[in-house]
Design a protein around this ligand. Structure first.
Ligand SMILES: C[S@@+](CC[C@H](N)C(=O)[O-])C[C@H]1O[C@@H](n2cnc3c(N)ncnc32)[C@H](O)[C@@H]1O
Length: 207
């Protein structure tokens, strides 16, 4: 998977490639899909949700520039796969999932696989996780139509937020907060994520 889907594209960070090699993706997909776990596509998981395409997980991780001493927020735990990848690369991962059955099964799965540096919480991530902020890296796997302001607020100075934004057309954005707290955003690539539910669709974004 790493040779065919990462090295031939633009995944050049050796730490990210190593994490993608190490985490057993087949343990994060439903049993019936284990034989295609490493295919170059997103796959369905429980509750009508998806585990993202491996390349997109690697790309978002690489864009987040995770460092060994970093604290990361993972939004949209789903299967827990992205949280596990991050857990290989940072000191501590906080992960939020809005659907309780997914939060519970991902938490059990991560525990069984020995990930002691991941904490999963069931809740709406629109407001982030203020008790554990600030975060050096925030990766979001569900698309709102605007960037939730609390996620920018909860970025540490020099922190990076990677988030799909849009409805019918979505763009993956990177928001970098400078040392002085000023945020700068850039578009990376068109993407297709499940919509962010909860408060996001009921809230008008800032102008
Ligand atoms: C593409 S899936 C996540 C894939 C996941 N990162 C993985 O590795 O399997 C998006 C997830 O975001 C969750 N989600 C959607 N809106 C949310 C919200 N407001 N707060 C937290 N989770 C949310 C969905 O329930 C879904 O499980």
């Amino acid at each position: 998977m790493v040779r065919q889907q990462m090295e031939s594209r633009d995944i050049h960070d050796p730490r990210v490639r190593a994490a993608m090699r190490k985490v057993p993706r087949h343990k994060f997909v439903p049993r019936a899909l284990q034989s295609v776990a490493y295919a170059d596509c997103a796959l369905p998981i429980e509750q009508g949700q998806t585990i993202s395409q491996p390349y997109i997980v690697a790309l978002m991780t690489q864009l987040g520039l995770p460092g060994p001493k970093d604290r990361a927020l993972d939004v949209g735990t789903g299967s827990g796969y992205q949280a596990a990848i991050l857990a290989e690369l940072v000191e501590k991962v906080y992960s939020i999932e809005i659907l309780r059955p997914l939060a519970e099964s991902a938490s059990e799965r991560l525990e069984k696989l020995g990930y002691r540096n991941v904490q999963v919480r069931c809740g709406d991530s629109y407001r982030g996780w203020s008790e554990q902020a600030p975060f050096d890296v925030i990766l979001v796997a569900a698309a709102p139509d605007h960037i939730p302001p609390p996620l920018i607020d909860q970025l540490a100075p020099n922190g990076r937020l990677v988030i799909p934004v849009g409805t019918s057309r979505q763009e993956l954005l990177v928001v970098e907060k400078g040392a002085t707290g000023k945020a700068h955003r850039r578009k990376v690539v068109p993407v297709a994520f499940v919509p962010m539910t909860g408060e996001a669709p009921r809230t008008k974004g800032p102008k």
